[in-house]
Design a protein around this ligand. Structure first.
Ligand SMILES: [Zn+2]
Ligand SMILES: [Zn+2]
Length: 250
């Protein structure tokens, strides 16, 4: 399997080590044809992307796109936090159009919407009872329905999710499920369940330093172990469906 784009990389706009250009150059070095810059959403208490920095990030992405035209395509995304049981993410509706695409996931360090959500996810970190897993998964499904999310990042890390329910919603909304080597490695059986429900997949590095950009070796191994093919993975060469964009129709 050959992956041609890395749609999940961090920079100094949140807590990554490299600049946007460092990641772009690393991606070119790995032979990729597209890279996405996806720093953490503003919900992170210490290192989330500051909304005031969005124009600067956009300017850098646009400039690099011109500079490296014909070699690589650079996209501006964000790794949003799911912050409410009703599927709310930490990107206000009015800001979504600033991004080319959205990733979304659960992170322990994000500010949550209300005390009910706070208590639910706190407990979900320690217990994987059926009702709790169901409720966490419903939050993810609602987020996929409410927002044009391109990909759910590292599902299964920290909290349990129902892969049948997640896979069905992913297939229905066109949201990819990330195969991550960084957090929450999904066993082959869970990847199979997602595939059987028709979920598209994405393989990303989740790089926090430039040297990690485009390193997919472990993820490809996991995909192969679950007998996924390039057609299942939207950023593989010959990958099936296109990516859900933040401004559909553009
Ligand atoms: Zn993450
Ligand atoms: Zn990340």
């Amino acid at each position: 399997m050959r992956i041609t784009a890395d749609y999940h990389t961090h920079t100094t706009f949140s807590h990554g080590r490299g600049s946007v250009e460092d990641n772009v150059r690393a991606a070119i070095g790995r032979g990729l044809t597209a890279i996405g810059i996806t720093d953490h959403g503003p919900g992170h208490v210490f290192f989330g992307l500051r909304p005031g920095k969005l124009p600067l990030l956009r300017e850098q992405v646009d400039t690099l796109n011109e500079e490296y035209a014909g070699r690589i395509r650079v996209l501006m995304g964000v790794e949003a936090n799911i912050t409410g049981l009703d599927g709310t993410i930490d990107i206000p509706d009015g800001l979504i159009g600033n991004f080319d695409y959205l990733l979304a996931g659960y992170h322990r360090t994000a500010r949550l919407l209300d005390i009910g959500t706070l208590w639910h996810f706190f407990a979900a970190n320690f217990s994987r009872g059926e009702k709790r897993v169901q409720k966490s998964t419903e939050a993810f499904v609602r987020a996929m329905e409410r927002y044009p999310i391109a990909c759910i990042t590292h599902p299964g890390s920290m909290i349990g999710l129902d892969m049948d329910m997640l896979g069905e919603a992913a297939a229905r909304t066109g949201t990819a499920i990330e195969i991550s080597a960084r957090h929450g490695l999904l066993p082959a059986g869970e990847l199979r369940r997602l595939k059987e429900r028709g979920a598209p997949f994405m393989i990303n590095s989740d790089a926090h330093r430039p040297s990690e950009v485009g390193d997919f070796s472990r993820q490809i191994e996991l995909a192969a172990g679950a007998r996924l093919t390039e057609a299942d993975v939207i950023n593989a060469e010959g990958g099936g469906r296109g990516m859900r964009m933040a401004r559909p129709g553009e």
